[in-house]
Design a protein around this ligand. Structure first.
Ligand SMILES: Cc1ncc(COP(=O)(O)O)c(C=O)c1O
Length: 396
């Protein structure tokens, strides 16, 4: 039965073939780093085995320079907690505005007042935050800005690629990201601050040849399509569509195969961004004005979303019926809890009693709709009907 995946990363068979070749030649990494530095306007960087590893290394470098307290958005991927545990930093959380996914300004000022020396900002679902303003704010107070661009997916802020603003930028090439290699990540550095800290990180242990990444990329290409996605979704061990906390592992370099696959997939980015943008525009137009569902979208004219997915906020009274009818349409709920409720972060929290109303609301009200290039006309119609059905007072 047709089951739409919530997201897809574009992959071409020729990219998988490049990855398979790299398993034997063990080459392909240098070209990728150069392309990423150019795409994101960075000065230097390293390729790691995951986005989590890249963030862990950035936080460790910060800690080694005396910055041992980092501010995280209270609503985000739990991998941020993994990185904090792996780096041994203390954590302050700031709230997020549900309607825009921007940092809540007063909450942000509070964590800076309370001693955050590092600020991690994250673009979520391809709806970018105001990374330009965060950079300015961090420069004013000598705070290290780490821009988590794992989910930027082709977004732009004030005419520049999202991911082009942090002293450090974190990228992920895991499954479901804008660009994938099966696994992998990158840490890019810009300005004196970022590049000095990057130099202190030194060499990573090599990432292996990556036969497993070739298998993952092949599985994503074959099983990720709607005709077959029901199969992996039915296997509980794969945790498809779930966010689970993963304990830290020691960062290594990226595998040769993942680097080659990512680089070869880069040429597919513009087509996929166009397809996602057209779908997101149509779905936003299909949200009835009197309904219980409101799309989350950038609130600035000079910001362009990459729409990795279309996030929407759903009123309490229709959440149950929305979840029950999401079925096989690729609609997924967002992160189930604020980071403050992820058990592993508790010992690291500077303010364990802190509350985050925006993040708590997002944990119950945020759903994401698929936007990717594997959607058919019928899938889009079904998504529009789902949106149209969430009228105020609807009981499902
Ligand atoms: C915002 C964000 N940061 C970091 C990561 C970590 O990336 P990886 O899965 O490559 O470790 C993810 C992955 O889902 C993410 O969504």
């Amino acid at each position: 039965m047709r089951t739409v995946p919530p997201a897809r990363s574009p992959i071409a068979p020729s990219s998988i073939a490049r990855g398979a070749t790299a398993v034997f030649t063990a080459g392909g990494r240098r070209g990728l780093l150069g392309s990423l530095l150019e795409l994101y306007g960075a000065d230097a960087g390293l390729l790691a085995n995951s986005g989590t590893a890249a963030l862990t290394l950035a936080l460790r470098a910060a800690r080694a320079s005396g910055r041992d307290t980092a501010a995280f958005p209270a609503y985000c991927c739990y991998d941020l907690v993994t990185a904090a545990v792996g780096a041994g930093v203390r954590v302050l959380l700031y709230d997020v505005v549900p309607e825009t996914l921007e940092p809540d300004e007063s909450s942000l000022e509070r964590v800076l007042d309370r001693g955050a020396r590092v600020l991690v900002g994250a673009h979520l679902f391809g709806v970018p935050m105001s990374a330009d303003r965060l950079r300015e704010r961090c420069l004013e107070s000598d705070v290290l800005f780490i821009e988590d661009a794992a989910q930027e997916a082709g977004s732009h802020v004030a005419g520049r690629r999202a991911g082009a603003f942090g002293s450090f930028t974190v990228l992920s090439f895991g499954r479901g990201k804008g660009l994938t290699g099966g696994s992998g990540g990158a840490l890019l550095a810009r300005d004196d601050h970022g590049t000095d800290l990057l130099r202190g990180i030194g060499d990573l242990s090599p990432g292996g040849r990556g036969a497993g990444d070739v298998a993952t990329a092949t599985a994503l290409w074959v099983l990720g399509r709607p005709a077959l996605f029901g199969l992996p979704r039915a296997i509980p061990g794969l945790h498809v569509g779930e966010t689970v906390y993963r304990p830290p592992t020691e960062p290594t370099g990226i595998s040769a195969a993942a680097a080659s696959i990512v680089r070869a997939n880069m040429r597919l980015l513009p087509g996929e961004v166009d397809a996602r943008s057209r779908t997101a525009t149509d779905l936003i137009a299909a949200c009835p004005p009197d309904s219980s569902v409101r799309p989350v979208r950038p609130h600035r004219d000079d910001v362009e979303a990459g729409w990795l997915r279309l996030p929407v906020l759903i009123d309490d009274e229709v959440v149950a019926s929305a979840a029950a009818t999401a079925g096989r349409l690729g609609i997924a709920s967002g992160y189930a809890k604020p980071l403050s409720e992820v058990e592993a972060v508790r010992p690291l929290l500077v303010d364990p009693a802190g509350t985050y109303p925006g993040a708590s609301r997002l944990a119950t009200a945020l759903f994401t709709l698929p936007t990717h290039g594997w959607l058919s006309e019928r899938d889009r119609d079904a998504l529009e009907r789902w949106l149209g059905g969430l009228k105020r007072g609807a009981t499902g």
